[in-house]
Design a protein around this ligand. Sequence first.
Ligand code: PLP
Length: 416
Amino acid sequence: DSLFFNLPSTPADEPFAVNGAYIQDTDPQKVNLGIGVYRTANGSPWPLRVVADAEKQLHQASDVNRHEYLTIQGDKKFLKLAANLVFEFENPENTSLASGESEDKDRVVSIQTVSGTGANRLGAELLARHIRPGCVWIPDPTWGNHHTIWDLAGVERKNYPYYDNNLKKFDFEGTIRTLSESANKNDIVILHACAHNPTGADPTKEQWKSIAELCQAKGLIPFFDLAYQGFASGNLEQDAWSIRHFFNFTPRLEFCVAQSFSKNFGLYGQRVGALHVVNSTGCTETSQKLLANLCHLVRGEYSMAPRGGSEIVRTVLGNRKLKSKWFEDLMTMSGRILEMRKALYDELIRLQTPGGWSHILTQIGMFTYVGLSEKQVHEIRSRHHIYMLKSGRISISGLNESNVKYVAQGIDDVVR
Ligand code: PLP
């Protein structure tokens, strides 16, 4: 017998499993609302125009270093631009320092990662080994991989109730109550910075303020997952508002940000991301220790993140013209998603489909909890070849002019 014969079975990753089933389906009307990737009005992937421009520039450059190793930390110019996108250090409003305080940017230690997943994983590993939190508080529901990541890091997982199924919005009271009553100092709290996956329901600014106060009062360690900056609203500032609020909070908070460029640059397969660890003092010794420990973990895992995608992002963010073209591309993607939310909503109203549907308009980003039960999700798949996660999460970007009526009819059919 093989040594490996008795390996445990592992759960299939649902979004990839649903995608696989969709590909196998031969029905011509099939619709894929499962996987979280951007699709055009024709249902095809969209390499961003600005990415094509940057690639052209990079290919023309006769740089003999292009395939050399990066440093273990990654591409420093990329990291500076990436951190600035999140924290906006150049904003003059961010520079009100009390005497003796370090500069804002000194509080942030950044390292390049294997996209957002790698940033979540690296942050989990750092905290698990060196802070030894009692547990991690994970929103219920959440992006499924948070569970895998923190399980692999060996940290006990607990849930806080994120979604109010009746009101179809963020369960603010439930979140505050659970964390106030049950969380302890140095526990981690996973927060989706914007466009919560899978529900599309975000806290309001006032609610974010209360969450920051609670984290400060109880000594909790926020861990922001930032996978949709600019992609959610089309506005980089708005999508990073929560993080910037936590960053500017007094007394100072310490927290992590896992940043992904998969969605906002359409660089899914390139694996571009960064982990930013914010410390309260910005003291040089602390920052050096932090960076050294992050580098140590990365070196033993994969030596360094890949450079192909980060060069593209660096080229765009470092060039004013390309950057404004990127803003246009972000508007194209977020705008199409907003149009499709409206189209689906209008069609369900026109069909007088039983139930309330306004959450489709108020929820934000790629996903919506459309409000189907697991049984209805099963029915819509078997009767109409429409694929979504069993929670009823749909990826709005899978909708387009040619299938939105069909999808609305499918929903109408299974809820009646
Ligand atoms: N975090 C959330 C909430 C996500 O939705 C995703 C992607 O779907 C990620 C992180 C990470 O994606 P990637 O590893 O491609 O950056």
